[in-house]
Design a protein around this ligand. Structure first.
Ligand code: FES
Ligand SMILES: [Fe+2]
Length: 323
């Protein structure tokens, strides 16, 4: 392989997984006592809901002889029982019971990932060092609000790194070329005082309809997009990612429109948005991750995104403070 080929390989410069909140299931997909297999962050995980309704995410491979707990593992009260020799692990990961031994080895534990349920989804906090969450899981106030329609769901398996998918939110030029807008919409990218929450404001016009687009990115793979067509006529689209591997990401989208436009344009708006997501697909499916992109003078918002995104890769060895 030549040096040039190595630089264009699909994975050689692909970053690690950024820290943040990531969805692993919709709440209604995880019943009490249910055990599921989850592929995320290049790992095999087990997701289950205990008898009192608490969702738990743990590494799937049993420390005893390596059985996969997500395949025929059983929920027993607040714990999960391995299908191979019946060892039981609690929601904190500690082995609680070995059916044929009085003694439990002190190292018998499963790595447990911090997990929370909100907005109709089950999320896990991911950090390479499995730290405690460094900020709160955002709330999505329109979900379940009487002024908004009940949510619609759509999902896409995108063959791209989660960072590259997030970069789309800061890329107004692609609105013209990929999403067929008449022009590059006037746009502004800003970052909150916390240094972490990023916003894109764009004034677009499509088929003669003026739209204000406001995207809020909480972490790569967790964003909200609000399209305002007129006062009270709005569409909100949340997306939460489950990065499966470095170049495969499951995107969960949740859409709702304000009741004021539900009958008039609700279905059309939602169908249009779902179709719009497909526009990006061939780009994501075929691009490489550019570790050092060649930017031009007007690529300011992309430059800002690349600076912003670095903080999500910080580890304990980094001196830099995480805001
Ligand atoms: S492999 Fe899990 S109990 Fe033996
Ligand atoms: Fe896009």
């Amino acid at each position: 392989m030549t040096i040039v080929e190595a630089c264009e390989s699909k994975t050689n410069t692909t970053p690690e997984f950024p820290m943040g909140w990531y969805s692993v299931a919709r709440s209604h997909e995880l019943l009490v006592g249910e055990v599921k297999s989850v592929q995320a962050f290049d790992r095999e995980l087990v997701l289950y809901r205990t008898r009192t309704g608490v969702p738990v995410v743990q590494d799937a491979f049993c420390p005893h002889l390596g059985a996969n707990l997500a395949v025929k593992g059983r929920v027993v009260a607040e714990s999960i029982r391995c299908p191979f020799h019946g060892w039981r692990f609690g929601a904190d990961g500690m082995c609680e019971h070995i059916p044929y031994s009085e003694e439990i080895p002190s190292r018998a534990r499963l790595r447990t990932w911090h997990c929370e349920e909100k907005n109709g989804e089950v999320y896990m906090w991911f950090h390479r060092e499995n730290t405690v969450p460094q900020w709160e899981l955002p709330s999505l106030p329109e979900l379940g609000h009487p002024d908004w329609t009940s949510p619609r769901y759509t999902e896409f398996l995108v063959p791209a790194h989660v960072q590259d998918i997030a970069e789309n939110s800061c890329d107004p030029v692609h609105f013209q070329f990929v999403h067929k807008m008449e022009d590059v919409p006037p746009s502004e990218v800003t970052i909150d005082a916390d240094g972490r929450t990023l916003h894109l404001h764009s004034d677009a016009e499509q088929s003669g309809v003026a739209t204000h687009l406001h995207a809020t990115v909480y972490n790569p793979g967790f964003a909200m997009v609000r399209n305002t067509y007129a006062p009270g006529a709005e569409m909100v689209m949340y997306n939460s990612a489950q990065p499966i591997s470095k170049n495969q990401t499951l995107m969960r989208w949740t859409l709702t429109v304000s009741r004021a436009i539900e009958d008039l344009a609700g279905d059309d708006v939602m169908e249009g948005i779902i179709a719009g997501l497909q526009d990006d697909y061939p780009i994501w499916a075929n691009k490489v991750h550019k570790h050092r992109p060649l930017f031009c003078k007007e690529d300011k918002s992309l430059v800002m995104f690349r600076k912003w995104v670095r903080q999500f890769y910080a580890t304990s060895s980094d001196k830099r403070e995480i805001a």
